[in-house]
Write a protein that binds this ligand. Structure first.
Ligand code: PA5
Length: 473
């Protein structure tokens, strides 16, 4: 019988459960039952406020058709007019677009000839390494490039310093303003002011959509459409996952179950680390995106009542099978402090048959002939799952029938919903990031930012005892 839901992603949590691992190593049904009132309350809290406040991202799968038309139209123009598309952004304003691009396009996309790409080469500049912009300039003709400047707050130093660099390089051309697209808040912020001043084309990041939850807004949709992805399918995937993640039955609601299991694993069983390990190069950067989402949302000093909780589960990125030869030894024999989450692709978009080896080759090499790399990678993932389970290590597998816009939309939205539910269970604010402020303020104070609001920090820095460096010689 044909699979009734051929493109639906599934999560196999068997390797997290006590009845699979035995010996008290997994989550018991009893532990889940005991948490049940709080699980139900978490679901109710998120679902009853959907779309409100910082849950504004829950409305993104349902964005109005005219906005999607406008994004596609802008992308079409960029695809036909420019040789390169460069995204300037950092954190939540870059990681989503990067991971979606990598997932949906051939791995060596920029190196393909133009007729095979069908659109511009695509670059994501999410760091301010001083060597980076000149490296970009060495391969991109800035006069033939479109620059998408993305910052929700509008004033992020990294992004805006890159913008100024690009502006400096472009502004001799009378038409340079047509090469810049600003994606930012529609209400306030310095980039919005600049966009109005310069007359840039602008896309709005809706209020209530924080950076790390913004992939399905114009932040991610424009870049995806520029690469030729079907953004309607991405949103359809998110909508279908949204419906599943609203269900009241715990075993029918993948994100709620995921949050409940991770909460028990982390808070009751000391599994303070979650390793995200896709077995597909195309999903490698989904792990990067997840790491930011899980870390910045859930790593909090205080709960909503102000009590110090130092909450969070440390996300770690890994890649199957590459990191089997790097990290797996630790995961199967080191401390019992981890959950390993594998992502499995059932059917790769391309597969490479492994030709038969000559008869006079050793048996162990001849054995590989006739397999495909798709079969080999899945066999290795299975081997890891088996070995971890035998070693009583908590593990789970997220299964994508294939990697496409629809399954990716489901996957990203699943993680966002799991994060929101986990935030509820932890009783923390999953949508702020106060822990990164201190470093920002110190940076500006060190650079001598003249604004009054940095006065205290400037004085503190000047008065602070010199931090003595101690070198290992
Ligand atoms: O998730 C977040 O809110 C952050 O990671 C931001 O995306 C990041 O700090 C960049 O902020 P902005 O988009 O305001 O430049």
């Amino acid at each position: 019988m044909a699979d009734p839901l051929p493109n639906t992603i599934r999560v196999d949590v068997g390797g997290l459960m006590a009845d699979t691992l035995g010996g008290g190593y997994g989550v018991s049904e009893d532990a889940l039952e005991r948490l049940r009132p709080r699980i139900d309350a978490a679901r109710e809290a998120v679902q009853s406020s959907r779309g409100e406040g910082w849950l504004g991202w829950m409305a993104l799968p349902y964005q109005p058709a005219p906005l999607i038309d406008e994004i596609e139209e802008a992308a079409g123009e960029i695809r036909s007019r420019f040789d390169a598309f460069v995204l300037l952004g950092i954190g939540g304003s870059a990681l989503g677009p990067i991971c979606v691009h990598e997932a949906l396009h051939p791995l060596r996309y920029n190196e393909l000839p133009k007729d095979k790409r069908g659109g511009p080469r695509v670059y994501f500049e999410d760091n301010i390494d001083p060597e980076r912009m000149s490296a970009l300039r060495a391969v991109v003709d800035f006069d033939d490039a479109c620059f998408n400047v993305i910052t929700k707050s509008g004033g992020t130093a990294e992004t805006m310093s890159q913008y100024l660099y690009v502006r400096g390089a472009l502004s001799k051309n009378p038409g340079w303003r047509g090469q810049v697209i600003a994606t930012t808040s529609g209400v306030k912020g310095l980039l919005l002011d600049i966009a109005r001043l310069e007359g840039f084309r602008t896309f709005v990041i809706p209020e209530g959509v924080g950076g790390r939850f913004s992939e399905l807004s114009p932040v991610g949709l424009l870049a995806a459409a520029v690469g030729g992805a079907d953004i309607r399918e991405l949103l359809r995937g998110a909508r279908d996952m949204d419906a599943r993640c609203a269900a009241s039955g715990l075993w029918e609601n993948p994100a709620l179950l995921e949050a409940a299991l991770m909460y028990i694993a982390c808070m009751q069983m000391g599994r303070n680390i979650q390793v995200m390990m896709p077995y597909a190069d195309s999903l490698r950067l989904v792990a990067d995106w997840f790491v930011q989402l899980w870390a910045e949302s859930l790593g909090k000093r205080v709960d909503r009542a102000g009590a110090v909780v130092n909450a969070g589960q440390t996300p770690v990125k890994a890649l199957g099978v590459t990191d089997q030869h790097s990290q797996l030894q630790l995961y199967s024999e080191g401390p019992f402090d981890k959950v390993v989450t594998m992502i499995k692709v059932e059917s790769f978009n391309e597969d490479t048959p492994i030709p038969a080896a000559p008869e006079n080759y050793p048996e162990d090499i001849r054995f590989l002939g006739g397999l495909t790399h798709g079969r080999l990678i899945e066999a290795e993932r299975f081997g890891t799952e088996y070995a971890l389970t035998q070693a009583k290590r908590m593990n789970q597998t997220i299964i994508l029938p294939r990697v496409n816009e629809y399954t990716l939309g489901q996957l990203l939205y699943f993680f966002e919903m799991a994060t929101a539910y986990m935030g509820e269970l932890l009783n923390i604010d999953a949508f702020n990031q106060p822990g990164v402020e201190a470093s920002k303020i110190a940076t500006y104070a060190k650079l001598g930012h003249p604004a009054e609001r940095y006065e205290v920090a400037r004085a503190e820095l000047a008065a602070a005892p010199k931090r003595g460096a101690r070198y290992i010689i």
